[in-house]
Design a protein around this ligand. Structure first.
Ligand SMILES: [Zn+2]
Length: 493
């Protein structure tokens, strides 16, 4: 069937403990540039574009904005993005349906829940009859107010979010069925008082929670059942976990399924309280593993994850690796445009004195000071190869491979997490020949590194993306919440 499908979005995962994110830090695409950036890419919008072609819909791209996680946007900047999105949608009316790529853990100055504001604004722009579907990140802190302006909301099930492309497809196929009169969705959101930092779907307990959700989705009349982890770094009243169930015209079933999954997770809450070692202990454990079983050990810097708001220039783990000073150790990457520029000015083969990282927050450690040999210099450009956004053109700005003692250290000019072994290859490093491959990411790196790692190990140092929620200075989240308040109850137990 032919129909006109407006696509677009505003996406931000807001770490309220970090510095604000001004409009200039958002990528902002309009019209056909959205299609050019996402066609053939494993992203939410890439899935929407491919699915639209398959169901015979005409894609009408509108406005898309997104930024690397950090603090919320200033109020005027957020208002401008909403005005651009709704203005772009109004300009292409009439459309038959709207599909948006949102996040769920977005906040802005003076606004604890940007997604509800966005959905209500788009609803006002298109009127009450046009279906609006949206994709969401499972780290969304969902609240019931989000539901009424939307027709259906589809969250990723996997962390790493390897199914964002599939959720884009699912949302558009849902809209096609809806327009044919084939489905009348009803949603139930079940928030429950569980707080935890990220937990991968590669392992328990999330793996079997997801298997259970999938089992429920196969029942007749069930459209979707998604476990939302919440984002533990958004200090807003509605932060926390939830389950969203969508059924075809059966609100009682939606409520029953959402509560069922929430109870199931709640019963296993102890498994979400994961304690990870600090930098020195993690390096010691990694080296012991290499000694006994060989490498590579992929060692991730959990608490300076730029993908969750971390500054990318934290030095705790790098310092521990430099102190260990073992050969076949590589680290990617410190965000430090000044050192990258210094290395480019000096040229390959030069030895420079660096004062690297530690520029943004004292919590993330002092700068690393010392001699560095400039081994390789690049433009930081490559095409993503992992299921996390495969096909996307990546540009990390001027980069350098420095050698400090025995350790290879990559330096970038863009703040982002490490997802892809390709960034090592770009600098001549075949990570499969290394013993210790350290990188800044909490979990998404698994999609690119799980197959080559002999073991994945994690360091959790002081930092604004720490997994130790007891160390975060919450002021506004709803209490009681488990595990901060050990006596917390969900329903009557
Ligand atoms: Zn996420």
């Amino acid at each position: 069937m032919g129909f006109r499908l407006a696509i677009g979005g505003i996406s931000h995962e807001t770490n309220t403990f970090c510095n604000p994110t001004p409009l200039a830090d958002f990528h902002r695409l309009e019209g056909e540039a959205i299609v050019a950036a996402n066609r053939g890419v494993r992203s939410y919008l890439g899935g929407m574009i491919d699915a639209a072609e398959r169901v015979g819909a005409t894609v009408v791209p509108t406005y898309d904005a997104g930024a690397t996680p950090s603090g919320g946007a200033p109020a005027a900047d957020f208002a401008e993005m909403v005005a651009r999105l709704t203005g772009a949608i109004r300009a292409v009316l009439p459309v038959d349906a709207v599909c948006l790529a949102l996040h769920g853990a977005g906040a802005a100055e003076g606004c604890d829940d940007i997604e509800t504001v966005i959905l209500e604004a788009v609803r006002a722009a298109v009127g009450p009859k046009i279906p609006i579907a949206a994709t969401l990140d499972l780290h969304g802190n969902l609240r019931p107010e989000m539901l009424p302006p939307a027709t259906a909301l589809f969250g990723v099930h996997l962390y790493p979010h390897e199914d964002s492309y599939e959720r884009g497809i699912e949302a558009v196929e849902f809209l096609a069925r809806y327009l044919q009169g084939g489905v009348r969705p009803t949603m139930h959101l079940e928030p429950f008082p569980l707080l935890f930092s990220s937990a991968t779907s590669d392992e328990e307990p999330v793996r079997s929670v997801n298997a259970y959700c999938q089992e429920l989705e196969r029942r007749p009349g069930v459209i979707d059942v998604t476990f939302f982890h919440g984002f533990s770094h958004t200090d807003v009243p509605d932060m926390g976990a939830s389950v969203l169930a969508i059924t075809d015209g059966d609100p009682d079933l939606a409520r029953a399924l959402a509560k069922d999954v929430a109870r199931h997770v709640w019963a296993r809450r102890g498994e979400f309280d994961i304690v990870r070692p600090g930098a020195e202990a993690a390096v010691r454990e990694a080296l012991a593993f290499v000694e006994a079983s060989g490498g590579p050990v992929v060692l991730n810097d959990y608490s300076d994850n730029p993908g969750g708001g971390g500054p990318g220039d934290g030095t705790h783990l790098l310092r521990a690796l430099l102190a260990a000073n073992r050969p076949r150790t590589a680290f990617a990457f410190i965000y430090d445009p000044q050192v990258a520029a210094q290395a480019h000015a000096a040229g390959t083969g030069a030895t420079i004195e660096v004062r690297m990282g530690g520029r943004t927050y004292p919590l993330h450690g002092d700068p690393v000071v010392g001699k560095a040999y400039v081994k390789a210099l690049t433009d930081g450009r490559f095409v993503a190869t992992t299921p996390m956004g495969r096909g996307r053109r990546v540009d990390l700005g001027r980069m350098a491979r420095l050698v400090m003692g025995e350790v290879d250290v990559l330096v970038s000019s863009v703040r982002t997490q490490v997802l892809d072994p390709e960034v090592f290859l770009l600098h001549g490093i075949d990570v499969t020949r290394y013993d210790i491959v350290a990188l800044k990411s909490a979990n998404h790196f698994r999609a690119g590194f799980r197959d080559l790692a002999k073991r994945i190990m994690t360091a959790d140092t002081p930092g604004w993306t720490t997994g130790n929620v007891r160390n975060l200075p919450y002021r506004r989240i709803g209490r009681p919440i488990w595990p901060l308040d050990p006596e917390t109850r969900y329903e009557r137990e």
